[in-house]
Design a binder for this molecule. Structure first.
Ligand SMILES: *Cc1c(COP(=O)(O)O)cnc(C)c1O
Length: 458
């Protein structure tokens, strides 16, 4: 039973243009074009209102880890909505799904994580984390520790706090002053550097920009360092192996909190439950969202390590923070079922040692294409760098919009991947079959050919 009228494609497109304001969109530009209307999905495919079948190489927006068409996730939501559709966790109340999800999360996270705080999205979980970090240092009688250090080009959501913590220049420049007390250090983007250092040296050097920044600000003023294990929206920036151990060492040396934003890397994307596990770092807090429910319902949160959790409890005093939908029973029920699916179908292992390595091997073959200057992938999260020339390495003028040209060919050929400048990123569902992996890479190759032809004709 659908609550939505059965309209024609052109009717949907007109209504969309006139009434629906899209996120992260140039509204003038969109009003001159039309949206693609996605009507249904199954497995790793989405279908549009014209009947096109498109391989979803982005898992929606990095979230549909368990794939589309999961009846048990639908049932989990429906059953919970029937039993108890909503009740809040304020005023000494709780509900079974939110408690049970906290228990399950404790089991799949590192030993220091015994508690979870829930929000409605990744951006909200970032807001929670920022307030919790600062609250922690107040409780520790070091209220001057306010500054949170993140990285250039990082994406941490688009609320005021998410925008402030994020390091994307264009985003930060809009909407007036960002939050005070936030600083940014370099991202470990070797391909984007002048490539004079080896990746290992570059990783160390980039990590050490954090130590320099702390010294410059005064160590007694710094509260935390926050980073994604692998930057997602920033272009799947996979750090050299030397990077994270050095970051951990610096955070330990200065005693600041280490926070990993696991909104994309969490719930199996890198072949471990969390990105911190993949890089063997020990965060004090982890923010999560997206893959926690495979996107079936909106949920985010913060895993609270004992260092912070014990302080909040032992020192007492109300933490004036939380959301109407913190611990929403239906979203928590879906998350529990989603984690059960990931466990029972061994999907995280599949990313690590089966379809992950298979897709990586095929993906790296794309380096043979004349347009591709680098391929990279960890788990099921990867990128291609489009270049004008490989030897000597020459990038395209960003004004040419080669990434966008390629992205449009991709979708017209039945494959969704995203363009971040001239970097093409990919993050398919973990249920991808071998045949579907072949299809993904073949369609990518064909679209690269078409992109090449379009660039040559210009
Ligand atoms: C998507 C994302 C967010 C924001 O999540 P929303 O649910 O869109 O608010 C935060 N951090 C990272 C790393 C993300 O990828």
């Amino acid at each position: 039973m659908s609550m939505v009228e059965n309209r024609s494609t052109s009717e949907w497109k007109d209504l969309d243009r006139n009434h629906y304001m899209h996120p992260f969109t140039d509204h003038k530009d969109l009003s001159e074009r039309r949206s693609r209307i996605i009507t249904r999905a199954e497995g790793v495919y989405i279908f549009d209102s014209d009947g096109n079948k498109i391989l979803d190489g982005m898992s929606g927006l990095w979230c549909v880890n368990a794939g589309y068409g999961r009846d048990s996730l639908v049932a989990a939501a429906a059953n919970q909505l029937t039993e108890l559709p909503y009740y809040n966790s304020f005023f000494q109340c709780a509900n079974p799904p939110s408690i049970e999800l906290s228990r399950v999360l404790r089991e799949i996270t590192q030993a220091q994580f015994n508690r979870a705080f829930f929000a409605g999205s990744g951006s909200e979980s970032i807001d929670t984390m920022i307030r919790m970090v600062r609250r922690y240092w107040e409780l520790m009688d070091q209220p001057e520790r306010q500054i949170i250090i993140a990285r250039k080009n990082a994406y941490h959501g688009s609320t005021v706090a998410g925008t402030s913590l994020g390091g994307m220049k264009a985003q930060r420049a809009q909407g007036g002053p960002t939050l005070p007390g936030i600083e940014h250090v370099d991202q470990p983007y070797w391909f984007g550097s002048d490539q004079t250092l080896s990746p290992e040296e570059f990783g160390l050097q980039t990590a050490r920009t954090l130590a320099r920044k702390i010294d410059e600000l005064g160590a007694n003023r710094v509260a935390a360092f926050v980073a994604e294990p692998i930057q997602g929206a920033g272009g799947v920036i996979i750090p050299p192996d030397t990077y994270w151990p050095e970051i951990q060492r610096i955070c330990d040396e200065y005693g600041i909190l280490l926070v990993t934003d696991e909104v994309i890397c969490g719930f199996g994307r890198l072949g471990e439950w969390f990105g911190a596990d993949h890089y063997a770092v020990k965060p004090d807090l982890m923010t999560f969202a997206k893959g926690v429910t495979s996107g079936y319902l909106p949920l985010g949160g913060v895993m609270v390590g004992d260092r912070v959790g014990d302080a909040l409890i032992d020192k007492g005093g109300e933490f004036f923070h939380g959301y109407t939908y913190s611990g929403h029973p239906a979203t928590c029920a879906v998350a529990i079922e989603n984690i059960r699916i990931l466990q029972d179908e061994k999907l995280v292992d599949r990313v690590k040692s089966d379809i992950g390595p298979y897709l990586q091997k095929k993906w790296h073959k794309l380096i043979e294409h004349p347009l591709v200057g680098e391929t990279r992938m960890t788990g099921m999260m990867g990128a291609l760098e489009l270049v004008a020339s490989k030897k000597p390495l020459q990038k395209f003028d960003s004004q040419q919009g080669v990434g966008t040209i390629c992205r449009d060919f991709l979708v017209n050929n039945g494959l969704v991947m995203r363009a971040v400048g001239d970097t093409i990123v990919v993050a398919p569902p973990f249920t991808l079959s071998y045949e579907e992996a072949d299809e993904l890479v073949n369609k990518a190759w064909k679209s690269l050919d078409l992109t090449q032809a379009a660039v040559d004709n210009n």
